[in-house]
Design a protein around this ligand. Sequence first.
Ligand SMILES: NC(=O)c1ccc[n+]([C@@H]2O[C@H](COP(=O)([O-])OP(=O)(O)OC[C@H]3O[C@@H](n4cnc5c(N)ncnc54)[C@H](OP(=O)(O)O)[C@@H]3O)[C@@H](O)[C@H]2O)c1
Length: 278
Amino acid sequence: MQKSTIGVIGPGRAGSALGRSLHAAGYIIAAIGGRNPDNVRALATELGARPCQSPATTIDVADLTIVAVPDDVIAPLASEMAGALCSAAGKAAVHLSGAQDRAALKPLAQQGSLRIGVFHPLQTFRRGAAAAENVAGTYFGIDADGPLREQLAQMATDLQGHAFDLSHVDHARYHAAAVFAANYPTLLLAEAIDLAVQAGLDRETARRGMTTLLAGAVNNLKDLAPAEAITGPAARGDDGTIRRHLEALKHDPQLQRIYQLLADRTKRLAQPSKEDAA
Ligand SMILES: NC(=O)c1ccc[n+]([C@@H]2O[C@H](COP(=O)([O-])OP(=O)(O)OC[C@H]3O[C@@H](n4cnc5c(N)ncnc54)[C@H](OP(=O)(O)O)[C@@H]3O)[C@@H](O)[C@H]2O)c1
């Protein structure tokens, strides 16, 4: 299958990670579009692409355009671009959001005859060049039909990732799951570091120690189910320790409540039979 030329609108975290990785995988990055001319020019120069100040021009230049803008911008931008296209026949556009289906790009299909879809990397990307390090191995959720679906599955493979079907999935619930997997553990780590500092550790020791602890938990999860992998007082049934923790969190009632809720859910995960009997 011949590789499509790629356009990226939004050279932010996800757009630049995918742009760089597709470039490294042998795709021609034909155009970069966006809002901030400096960011557009920087990524375009790096990838040998044409910088486009108007997002619609990106679609005119590339075969497949990746709309890598914030979720709430996708639909309004698609409407805006649909009215400004020159040559869109035979082209395609996808967005990267896990929370929305392909209908967010509908104006491009209705007014520009583009094939539309979703290419959701089930991954977390930071700012800058290091973001591309997370691409290999990623699972990509695909919501598209026919040849575009095959093309996106091939693109996932070319990125050394794995394609899966998102077309009949409840997108909001699926994306909430992704937020639980990647975003809230990061929030909980931030709370853990602050708490360790309040307890008397210096911040750098707290950061390194707690991050290594989290990495150990993730490592155990690679070949164990969560119910087998989870450790700690709630999983063991050490209620005295849980009481001491709740006492130590009295100064922050919201965090104390989060701890209590998580302890209850942890007991349910680790000791389902006891919870059922209770
Ligand atoms: N980051 C992740 O880990 C991740 C993972 C999976 C999926 N996604 C999805 O990827 C998409 C982008 O997220 P992100 O995290 O990469 O966001 P981001 O880092 O904030 O980047 C957003 C990009 O969109 C541009 N932009 C914003 N408003 C625009 C507009 N009105 N017109 C044109 N360009 C505009 C921004 O330009 P400026 O720089 O000028 O503001 C920036 O280049 C979202 O749909 C998100 O759900 C992200």
